[in-house]
Design a protein around this ligand. Sequence first.
Ligand SMILES: *[C@@H]1O[C@H](CO)[C@@H](O)[C@H](O)[C@H]1NC(C)=O
Ligand SMILES: *[C@@H]1O[C@H](CO)[C@@H](O)[C@H](O)[C@H]1NC(C)=O
Ligand SMILES: *[C@@H]1O[C@H](CO)[C@@H](O)[C@H](O)[C@H]1NC(C)=O
Ligand SMILES: *[C@@H]1O[C@H](CO)[C@@H](O)[C@H](O)[C@H]1NC(C)=O
Ligand SMILES: *[C@@H]1O[C@H](CO)[C@@H](O)[C@H](O)[C@H]1NC(C)=O
Length: 927
Amino acid sequence: MIIMSTKIIFLFIWFISKGTCDLSQLLNLEFANSGISKAGDVYQWKQLPCSYLESQNVTTIQQNWANYKKFNYLFQEKNGELIPPPSGIRSSVPLGGISTGVIELRADGTFHEWTIVNQSPAGAGKFQVFDDAFFAIRETISNNIKLKSINGVNEMKRPSSRAFSIRTGPPEGIPGVQAIEYGGEFPVSRLKIQDTRLSVNTELLAYSSYFVNDMESSAKPAISFTFNLENPTSNSISIDLLLNMPIDIEKGYERTSSQNGQGGPPVTAKPVRIITNLSDDVSCSDECQRSNDCSTWTFYKSTKQCKIYNTVNLNTFNEDASSGLKGSWQIDSVDQNMDCVSLVRPGNMGPNGNFSLCGVKDTGVQFSYGSFRHLQHLWEMFERDGSFSRSDIQHSHGAIMMNTLLKPGEKKLVTFIISWYYPHRDFVNKIYGNYYQNLFSDSLHVAKEMRDSLPSLAASISGIHKTFLDSTLPSWLSDLFVNSLSHIRTAIWFKDGRWRQWEATDCVNIDSVHNDGERHIPYITMYPESTKNKIRAWAKSQQANGMIPEQLRCNAGGPTSEIDTPCGRKMSDVSSMLMVYILEMYQWGGDVDLLKEMYPVIIKAADWHINTTGSYGIPINLQNTYDILALNAYTFSAYNSAFHLLAMKVAEHLARAMSDTPRALKYKQAYEKGVVGMDKYLWNSTMNYYNSYGSISSSGELHTVGALMTDTFYAQVLAFSLGLGPLVDEKKLNTHMDAELRYNDSPYGMLVQTRRYKYPGPPQDNAVWMMGNPNWATIKIHLKANPQEALLVAKKSLDRWRSVLNDQWNVAGIMGGLGYGAEGQPYITSHYGYFMSSWHLIFALSRQQTDLTPSKSFLRFDPSVNSPYTLPFLLPGSIGTVSRDGSRITLTLLSGKNLDVAEVEVSGSRFPFRVSLKAGGSIFWKV
Ligand SMILES: *[C@@H]1O[C@H](CO)[C@@H](O)[C@H](O)[C@H]1NC(C)=O
Ligand SMILES: *[C@@H]1O[C@H](CO)[C@@H](O)[C@H](O)[C@H]1NC(C)=O
Ligand SMILES: *[C@@H]1O[C@H](CO)[C@@H](O)[C@H](O)[C@H]1NC(C)=O
Ligand SMILES: *[C@@H]1O[C@H](CO)[C@@H](O)[C@H](O)[C@H]1NC(C)=O
Ligand SMILES: *[C@@H]1O[C@H](CO)[C@@H](O)[C@H](O)[C@H]1NC(C)=O
């Protein structure tokens, strides 16, 4: 500890105590959203128009999970009206380690969106729901309770038990609870039971691994469920909990596409046997377990046919079917503190592997394990005894029951873990394997590692949440930031170390550079190694002419078995974006080596960019991420031109960093030529904005209609975050931004383009893309607009997902516009990263400028908000907050790798020493 004062500065270095490293940090988590699901709520699907969106029921193998033209959206029926259901019903936090598959525990207690068995658009369909999967609670008041005096005699009551599934819409024949309050802050879902018939206060925290800058620790295929139980009464209460996972029998799915691991299109499997007249799916499963030649079974309700296959088949949705694989439940002891019941499905294809349900033993907490044939039997046993009397092992339902006694006033934490191990990740019928097999030997091993990591996981989650939720950012925005981290659900980490991600599961390109770029700030912050992994793949894909292909694998043209098969269109925002990434890694992360390694690639990419401009100074006929607008049909586009200006600025900086003065000069001249070209061909001096596009006719004339595109200047957002300043004349930029809002606004956000067609025009232009509003706010804040007012513009489209649609874990790329039945509703592409460009708002609000290269080494802030404030800061691999209260300034590193920087400065006031901080560490000083 150093205490010192100078004329102007008083400073003090200290470390926040990390606390007692237990799970209590979980109990102090804040939740900035809430939805209450009630028994008797009526939810129903309503068909809405769309272009395409992710389907609920996936009926295809190795293809898009998409619905076209129409989709079903879930609503709540209330007083004869259809309204959005409570938060946590349409979507909820996806749980599961990074790249391991996920499950969503919804506000009504159901488990949805299962992708843990290697499901992806390159393989089998997701499981939408296992309706019989649930938690349940049973309460027994064990002290004798005096009942009301009946006939003057005080009757003593026998211990009485009540059991309820933790579901508001329970499976048939099983009682549910009265209400559940849901809150979700990635990677945590919290379900609070509200039921006047229960005496204990019960909340369930479900969470999975996420450690800043530590991909391996974050890649645990497991979910932890911690019950926080409190007995507020003056009686002792015996509590039993049940977790039932009926994943053996996949109701609503058939398995008819065989896998041989050799690659190629899906093959319809031929059954080795068809058994007719079987009574039910469990019997069909029995048949499979009995047969030596069975690997997969499917049972059809309508025909009562049981089909037995000797191939390992992939699942797709079929309401009439149930299916499964050869496999059985078994009970294992992991160590003296944990046992598990596991579904073991031997084999070496995508769906083969193990799934475990485990209980973490603690003083006074007992678990029993079993598996059951029929739900009713299981329920009767739980209702009656609260435990398995014998270790029954049958097909269908694997379950754990837990018992503990809560004394009057006592609180207790009880933890269940589910873990899985499906190592043979398939990708278009080739087995590439999951990275996690390099870390674990099977699901029991995963469960043990998960349990051992719980205290540090709780601390990690708390640090991440604090960075955002304890800041002075509006809570709608910090809530959205934290939950946007769930976008990582579609990442794949192959055994060989390649880290890749879908554009979306309904738009199944892999790592399109532009789409990655739009969502990249949280990725480069939380897992910079994942970003470097892709940078190298993109660089490797560079064409001879210097162009970086759009993406690493394409949707169009049919599936190919290779993961990295670069392809795509001629884009303005791809080769440029790769250079942006490298400058960020260099400047923000001090990664000098990466720049040196990539410089040859940069030179060629920059030259390609210059070559796209012909004699005009700005690129001609390029495509970009706003591809539906088809701006490549016009000679010039302002969006593309701004990306070119960005590319040249970035290239100039990179050349300078390499002391390559001739090239730096060349890029600078190209930039200057670009500004002249943009003003000449695109500036509309009548309207004071940049036209979206313009074309040169064969006779050499310039044609424009004065169309105005929202988010013309996304490139400017990237430039500001890197400290590159305005790309065009600042006054023009400012009036352009004002025009976007004035002319393009709608009740749901800005329409993507106006004035090409007569208002309202077709959905092509009349739709709300999710980058528009936040990028507008970012630029305006950098241009010194009132930050609160600018944030309201961002809020209009962003908070709609959170507060109106109640669907913030499934933000689409595009919302419907005006007049065609999809007003402000999801319209194109689910679980999409566009809205994550909003992370640049953080840099705009704090005006963070970072240069961690050894020769510079500074971290500076010049916040655009007034004191007092606490704002997040983001660096590749670490996060923290910078705050000011009066004259006192504090910088706290909350999570991730150590910070070592020569100079920290806030609003011109510099901390007088070199700063070296570990997670949890702080410095403060006075101005
Ligand atoms: C998916 O299938 C189930 C079972 O047939 C059905 O109830 C549900 O409505 C379907 N979901 C959608 C979104 O159509
Ligand atoms: C199936 O069962 C029904 C009713 O028990 C019987 O009439 C029918 O003959 C059986 N079909 C076959 C193929 O065994
Ligand atoms: C699954 O569990 C079985 C039995 O414990 C074990 O032999 C096997 O190696 C495990 N397989 C996988 C893929 O985890
Ligand atoms: C750019 O264009 C010029 C002239 O057409 C050509 O000589 C040069 O090779 C091109 N450069 C790249 C990187 O494609
Ligand atoms: C400027 O925009 C207006 C309104 O859209 C349009 O009518 C006009 O043609 C545009 N002028 C130029 C020079 O692009």
